[in-house]
Design a protein around this ligand. Sequence first.
Ligand SMILES: NC(=O)c1ccc[n+]([C@@H]2O[C@H](COP(=O)([O-])OP(=O)(O)OC[C@H]3O[C@@H](n4cnc5c(N)ncnc54)[C@H](O)[C@@H]3O)[C@@H](O)[C@H]2O)c1
Ligand SMILES: [Zn+2]
Ligand SMILES: [Zn+2]
Length: 345
Amino acid sequence: MKSLVYLGPGTKAVQDRPKPAIAAPTDAIVRIMKTTICGTDLHILKGDVPSCDPGRVLGHEGVGVIDQVGPAVTAFKVGDRVLISCITACGKCVYCRKLMYSHCTTGGWILGNRIDGTQAEFVRIPYADMSLYHIPDGADDEALVMLSDILPTGFECGVLNGKVQPGNTVAIVGAGPVGLAALLTAQFYSPAEIIMVDLDDNRLDVATRFGATSTVNSGDGKAAAAIMQMTGGRGVDTAIEAVGIPATFELCENIVAPGGTIANIGVHGTQAPLHLERLWDRNIAITTRLVDTVSTPMLLNVLGAHKIDPQRLITHRFTFDKILDAYETFAHAASTRALKVIIEA
Ligand SMILES: NC(=O)c1ccc[n+]([C@@H]2O[C@H](COP(=O)([O-])OP(=O)(O)OC[C@H]3O[C@@H](n4cnc5c(N)ncnc54)[C@H](O)[C@@H]3O)[C@@H](O)[C@H]2O)c1
Ligand SMILES: [Zn+2]
Ligand SMILES: [Zn+2]
């Protein structure tokens, strides 16, 4: 089967690989219908993710059809259409029992990282009963691909951890797919203001269309002053970091109001400064989280009720034989205006 394989920092290739086989009774084999590329796949290709070894098939998002099930799988049968979660959960370990699936002792974020992923014709899904979801009749496959990772990440790590409340003021730093997913799902709670921050004016325009009440281009280095002015000198109740670099975490520290929350989403590869000399008396909270995908059933309901339209995040479509072009398009978002790219089998 055709697969997109990570070959070490800076290199990837489409290779022919054997079709995966059931390795444990709780496994399922899924034939991929649609997959996509994540910012985290680009982090892997830069060499930022040491757990991912060369030779790995990438991808942790997608929808497909069950091709085979192990004898212990009870919730799915051959032919079922399924949404694949980016997080694999055994459902039984100490962390799964706390609904912290991201830290499952034999699962977590393994797909397209420690085991072969979804950018292929078939993928093996361990703990299929806990790690797949039935696709409701009539649901849009492409919109569902946004539920593998992006929507639960923006919602759980940004909106829930950030305690977004009705009438509150929110800033989201980073208007990539994850920041935009936080923007879409923050609106479940009717915050009074959502200020979106990015360097890319195209993404800020998208954010305005998605419901941001104001936008700030931080390219001039004066974003903190602008946001303090917009909020009457108070700052924001929730500052969501959706980039993953020291400068954007520091911006969140500079704009959080007394009593507020900094909710970090970004994957950080270097140390970010923590200004306790300014923050110690401000009653703030700082949260971090690897997405658990515990909100996926809720998000499926919201999608089914047409209360959210994540399909708006999709800008480009490719067939699998053009997956290298899809990577080029996704990696050069400033010129291609790409958000999420769909890759079809
Ligand atoms: N915690 C988790 O479980 C989890 C899950 C998925 C993704 N992530 C991480 O979330 C982050 C965002 O993901 P994404 O796919 O949206 O990434 P992305 O790279 O597409 O988006 C990042 C955005 O930040 C903007 N940006 C860059 N530097 C900036 C700066 N100095 N000031 C303001 N904006 C700036 C970019 O223009 C871009 O629009 C990444 O770090 C990703 O690895 C975390
Ligand atoms: Zn991802
Ligand atoms: Zn577990």
